[in-house]
Design a protein around this ligand. Structure first.
Ligand SMILES: Nc1ncnc2c1ncn2[C@@H]1O[C@H](COP(=O)(O)OP(=O)(O)O)[C@@H](O)[C@H]1O
Ligand SMILES: [Mg+2]
Length: 231
């Protein structure tokens, strides 16, 4: 467990917009006067530049937060192979334990801890450990990010069930428009999911151009306000 307020960003998959949404949460919280410390405790698929492994997600989160800490602290564990961190560590014969990742997420209690997982809630993240184990060990409330497209209802409900089974607080589901047009015809995942997740805010975030626009912050405002009053 950790002492600070915070949240854990997970997803229904890799590439659904966890980092994209995390960056907007960081900026939105900072606009509300909250001092955010992002963590991407382990990142695989890092590119090699001048002999250093560059963690793109951690870099984006750190830049958005204003680079208040060294990148080594935001993301201490890095792997080149674009596979799960657990397997990447195993292939390099390096040890990566849940305790290592929990330790990497320790921050001063007065700051807000925003953790981005790796892959989805049941993706392996360390030796014998899933993202779910990390979230549970940290005791953080969860935000599920999903790409808003056909098939999403099933993926969100499976993930939500796993979160609830861990007795973690499900703060919100973000249905993210990762392509200009991924919704078709009469589809309305937000409306349909609300039937099953009746107490959980479901937020649709629009396709964007990379900049953190005022509009993209406006749609997540209810979530930002909830984050500021967490216990
Ligand atoms: N709402 C959005 N509008 C435009 N591009 C997006 C949006 N959400 C995500 N993307 C893009 O989709 C790709 C995958 O998003 P990313 O946040 O890296 O996913 P994850 O962290 O879940 O792997 C990135 O190139 C990101 O910039
Ligand atoms: Mg990411």
């Amino acid at each position: 467990m950790i002492d600070s307020k915070g949240c854990f960003i997970t997803g229904t998959d890799t590439g659904v917009g966890k980092t994209y949404i995390a960056a907007r949460l960081i900026r939105g919280l900072q606009n509300l006067g909250i001092s955010v410390r992002p963590r991407k405790p382990v990142e695989s698929g890092c590119s090699l530049e001048d002999g250093c492994l560059v963690p793109e997600d951690a870099l984006l989160l750190s830049n958005t937060a204003g680079n208040l800490e060294p990148l080594d602290r935001v993301c201490p564990y890095r792997f080149a192979a674009p596979i799960s961190p657990e397997r990447a560590a195993r292939m390099e014969r390096r040890s990566l334990s849940l305790q290592d990742l929990v330790a990497a997420c320790q921050i001063h209690a007065q700051h807000f801890l925003l953790v981005e997982g790796a892959g989805g809630f049941h993706s392996p993240i360390a030796s014998n450990s899933l993202n779910a184990d990390l979230a549970q060990a940290l005791g953080l409330p969860i935000i599920i990010v999903a790409a808003d497209r056909l098939g999403t209802i099933n993926q969100v409900l499976l993930t939500a069930e796993a979160v609830i089974n861990r007795r973690l607080d499900l703060l919100a589901v973000i249905l993210n428009q990762i392509e200009p047009c991924t919704t078709t015809g009469d589809m309305n995942n937000a409306e349909d999911l609300q039937i099953w997740l009746n107490n959980v805010p479901i937020i649709q975030t629009p396709y964007g151009n990379g900049t953190i626009s005022a509009e993209s912050l406006e749609v997540i405002r209810p979530l930002l306000e909830r984050l500021t009053v967490l216990n």
